[in-house]
Structures are given as C-alpha cells and as structure tokens.
Design a binder for this molecule. Sequence first.
Ligand code: OGA
Ligand code: MN
Length: 288
Amino acid sequence: MATVLNDMKITPLSDALGAEVTGINAADLDEDTFARLRDAYHENIVLVVRDQHLTPAEQTAFARRFGEIQYHINKEYLMPGQPEVLILSTEIKDGKNVGVPDAGSDWHSDHSYVDQPTGYTLLHAIKVPKDGGDTEWTNMVAAYETLPDDMKTRLEGLVGIHSFNRLKNPRISVPVLHGHDEEYYKRSPPDSFHPLVRTHPHTGRKALYLSPRFTIGIKDLDEADAQALLDELFAHIRNRDLVYRHRWNVGDLLLWDNRTTIHLACLGVPEGQHRRMHRTTVLGEIPV
Ligand code: OGA
Ligand code: MN
C-alpha cells in the first residue's frame, strides 16, 4: 500500500483556467484531502495532477469517488478486463489501432450528445510523444461572463441541439477513420437537448454549454437565426484568453469538469512517436 501523502499543493496554471496538484497519490487519498481536491476541481475547472502511476483498476476506483462511471458507447477500445477505462492511442499492433487514435479532434464537452452527459473526465498519460499531442481547454464560465448583457438576456431559456452524428454538422469534417460511412452514424444515439447556459450544481456558477462538435442547432428557433447565433457564440469562445494548452508528461492525470469547459485534442503526433492515454468518465446530472 502506498503511503498517504497529505501535503497536497494546488497552484494555478494559467490566467484562463487550471491548477497543478502535487504531493498526493490519487490511489490513496484520505476523505479530507479528497474533499479539498474536489472543491479545487470545481473551482479551477481543470486539474493537472502530477506524477501519478495508476493501474486501470486504481484509476477506476479513484473515478468512482466522484460518482457513477459512464461507459463509452464505442466498445472496441475498452481496456480488456477493465471496461471503465477507454484506451486512446496512436499505436498500431498487428495492423489494428490499439485505442481510439483521434478522440476529441473538434472542440467539445464529453458526451453532451446524451441526456445525461459526462460530469468529470479523468485522462491519465501513459506514453507521451516528444512532439504534438497537446490538449486545450476553454473556460466556459468566463466565456459566459464576458458576453454582453443583451446576449445573456437573449440566451435565457434557449436550448441547444446536440448530435453525435457528424453528417448533420456542417461545421466539422468526417474523419477517414470512420470510413465516412452512413452506417456508423446511423447507429448514433438520438440527439439531446440542453440549455445553452447551465448552472453548476456545486458552485452555482453559470457557464455556456455548447460546442462546435456537438451543437448543431437551437430548439424552436428559425434555422437561419439559430445558425447565426451559434456562429456568433462560437466566435466569442474562440478568444485565446479563455484557453489553457497542456503539454503532457508521463504520469499526468488530468481532471476536467465538463460542465464548465470544452476541450480539443490538438493531435499532430508525428509518425514513429506514440501517445497513449487511459480515460475514465463519470456521469454528470441532466444539465439545468
Ligand atoms: C477525451 C479527449 C483529448 C486528448 O479524452 O475526451 O477529448 O487530447 N481527449 O486526448
Ligand atoms: Mn473529450
């Protein structure tokens, strides 16, 4: 059993969002330290926990402390024997991908295309490339707060339409990996509907809840007006002051709160280099 370390240190990472956490072993955290970590998580939106070396079982057990595990709909790349962990990997073995090679290649909040989206995501770096493979996060609380007042008023009561189906979304492309095939997307779950502004269940803070990857329209709004409004909001969240970019180290355990951030896999890992991540998601609440 690892030693309990109670000298947790939390240091802000950037002006946009995020804090670095050192001095803990996530596999062996007492209740009090865990409670402080969770508060810091809600407050900072992204936590970079350094120097973790969790087995898939330990990562799963840690994730369970935040709530119920959300299993990925793509069963192909789940960890054998530990289906709570999804493998993201650029590695190829016997001509086949070892894990999802291109997860998160458009800005998104995890699983927003279902009625009860992800609350927390935990992504653990097992192998990192020398070049490429960064990830970016946007602060959607700050994005909301920096909207003009008349826009905040306009968004009251508006509901976004979120779709897994890339073929319905003119703002994004369809990766070659999925063969462009209609069959793949016919298996999409039905679209879901979420308020464009949601309130965090623990902090009470309001955040914009939409993304270029999944938000394809606005309910009960004329289509042209809806697309124009989405374009305006997507332009607003493109502000780089809202963004933190992470360069990964082996042993990083990144935690992000999907209610208050969207994120992007920057990809760009050169051939011959490899990136492998273990990912676990925890179910959130129905957004309100
Ligand atoms: C994810 C995701 C981004 C990355 O795991 O949900 O979007 O850079 N990952 O791996
Ligand atoms: Mn993601």
